[in-house]
Design a protein around this ligand. Structure first.
Ligand code: NAP
Length: 507
């Protein structure tokens, strides 16, 4: 079993008590006592915690060279470590401890590189495993600047189950932290709270247990994720992991920060080759939807190819298939929130604002429902090109208030956080008979939605579209039905947390 090691540092004994009181005492949860980040009275308490054995413990006193705060000589470092009756002590690779020889305590031999992956990882592992301190566990952590380095970490872990910890630090390395349980790592580190992480990319114990359901991850767990840049605020991990948990589906869904197309293709090919990963499905977001569609060619379905964008990948039988579920999400939101199913949409006059990725999905869906679509976009050439492709009309952005519409759908980013006071339609230009659909859902109550409500219009929010495009992804990947109301609840909670932590956002 892979241990979840919760690092604790504290400025006082009281602070330490507060932190550990919320850490579950289950067999797989360890405490790492970060002595270099503790006051004297907190160290005294740490000593008692280690002796008390409520949790198995690791005593760590990280030197400045290795990213910690301990500035005294190595002999003092080891004396302090030896004074803590922990199950393991952390010994730093390359540190000269001669003045106080290691007293044969069980130990983790650790090495950190805050710039890049070690030049020859396997040689370094071999050298560390042969070290005279006879390490029980070898730990190597490095700053990850390419998502494919997670493969190196996971493969090194799988080669010696229970004996290694390999961590890709930073946002790109989440995969190595979460999938460590899949490949039999000795442990993966987390923090006691969201604000007390001691290394870049470290998740809190709450996130590990409640969002990623760490305790359920096994060698067989299927791997899913959202690919894009940025992905840090994506609602999708909360949604899909909650659905997996509720359905007892053996899967885990992770944010995957990937910036360049080259990195993306190497990642996808890696997932294809490494069957032990059980990679099954990926959501795809900015900036990769269009390039992925080109890469897939006829492995993307008809709707995705017409839209020119793929937001869903399914890896099945060793082959990727691409889909665009935004198309479905837009139609479902209109059907459920405005009673505008495909039959009701027929012959309606629709104003589409924008000509980017979401606008392309909206235009394809609305043209398929035989509506009369007029596209307005800030860059008029882009609108004209889109109108040409889908055999509809394009008019200058400035004319968007001059044309009557049964439905206005905002597919621009205008009104999105932090630009929450902007609206793509001037105040007072909306007619009560018009249905107004804003695909923006951060915030939910955009300036456009507020103005539409004041004008007496029926409104459709972007969250509805988001939920239904996610539900369609879930069906593609699992061939089972998601619980829509649960997904709505989870998304709402996640947005509420966002608003609480960022008051500039609003509901
Ligand atoms: P995109 O491809 O980058 O397109 C952005 C669009 O916004 C372009 O048409 C752009 O016009 C226009 N735009 C940007 N700033 C503008 C401004 N100041 N004034 C007028 N037009 C402006 O992005 P996308 O993928 O289509 O996403 C667009 C929005 O949809 C996102 O911001 C997001 O809020 C929303 N969205 C919702 C969902 C959902 O499930 N509800 C999913 C994805 C996205 P130019 O062509 O002139 O640059």
């Amino acid at each position: 079993m892979t241990n979840l090691i919760c690092s604790v540092s504290a400025e006082s004994a009281g602070h330490l008590i507060g932190l550990v009181s919320s850490i579950p005492q289950t067999s797989a949860v360890w405490l790492e006592l970060r002595l270099d980040l503790m006051s004297k009275d907190a160290i005294e308490l740490a000593r008692k915690l280690a002796a008390g054995q409520s949790w198995p413990t690791i005593a760590t006193c990280r030197s400045k060279d290795q990213g910690g705060c301990f500035e005294q000589p190595a002999s003092d470092q080891l004396t302090l470590l030896n004074s803590i009756p922990s199950n393991l002590i952390d010994i730093e690779h390359g540190r000269q401890y001669e003045s106080a020889p290691i007293d044969h305590r069980h130990n983790i031999l650790s090495y950190h590189d805050f710039d890049h992956i070690p030049k020859d990882l396997s040689d370094l592992i071999e050298e560390m495993e042969k070290n005279e301190c006879c390490p029980d566990v070898v730990k190597i952590a490095w700053q990850c600047d390419d998502i494919c380095q997670n493969f190196d970490a996971l493969e090194a872990l799988a080669a010696r189950p229970g004996k290694r910890i390999m961590i890709c630090m930073g946002e790109r390395g989440l995969m190595s932290r979460i999938l460590a349980a899949k490949v039999g790592a000795f442990g993966s580190f987390c923090s006691a709270t969201e604000t007390t992480a001691v290394a870049p990319g470290q998740l809190s114990i709450r996130e590990m247990l409640e969002t990623y359901h760490w305790e359920r991850i096994t060698a067989e767990t299927k791997f899913f994720g959202v690919i894009g840049s940025p992905v840090g605020h994506s609602l999708s991990p909360a949604l899909f992991n909650a659905q997996f948990e509720q359905s007892r589906f053996d899967g885990v869904y992770i944010p995957l920060l990937i910036e360049s197309e080259d990195e993306l293709l190497r990642f996808l090919e890696g997932c294809q080759r490494k069957s032990w990963l059980h990679a099954t499905g990926f959501s795809v977001t900015i900036p990769h939807k269009e390039s992925l569609c080109r890469w897939l060619g006829d492995r993307a379905d008809d709707a995705a190819r017409r839209i020119g964008a793929v937001n869903t990948l399914h890896l099945v039988g060793g082959e990727y298939r691409g889909f665009n579920t935004d198309y479905f999400g837009i139609l479902e939101a209109l059907r459920l929130r405005a009673d505008l199913g495909p039959a009701a949409l027929r012959s309606k006059c629709v104003t589409v604002l924008g000509a980017g990725g979401v606008a392309r999905a909206a235009v394809a869906a609305l043209v398929d429902c035989k509506t009369n679509v007029t596209i307005f976009n800030r860059s008029v050439d882009r609108a004209a090109k889109l109108a040409d492709e889908f055999d509809c009309k394009a008019l200058p952005w400035e004319d968007r208030t001059k044309v009557g519409a049964d439905l206005i759908i905002n597919c621009t980013s205008v009104g999105m956080t932090p630009d929450i006071d902007s609206s793509p339609m001037p105040a007072g230009s909306l007619q009560p008979s018009t249905v107004v659909f804003d695909t923006v859902y951060r915030p939910q109550d955009t300036a456009l939605i507020q103005a539409a409500r004041v004008a007496g219009c029926q409104t459709v929010g972007g969250l509805e579209m988001f939920i239904h495009q996610a539900a369609a992804q879930y069906r593609i990947w699992t061939d089972t039905e998601p619980d829509i109301s649960m997904l709505q609840q989870v998304a709402q909670q996640a947005l509420d947390v966002d608003v609480a932590t960022n008051p500039k956002d609003r509901q």
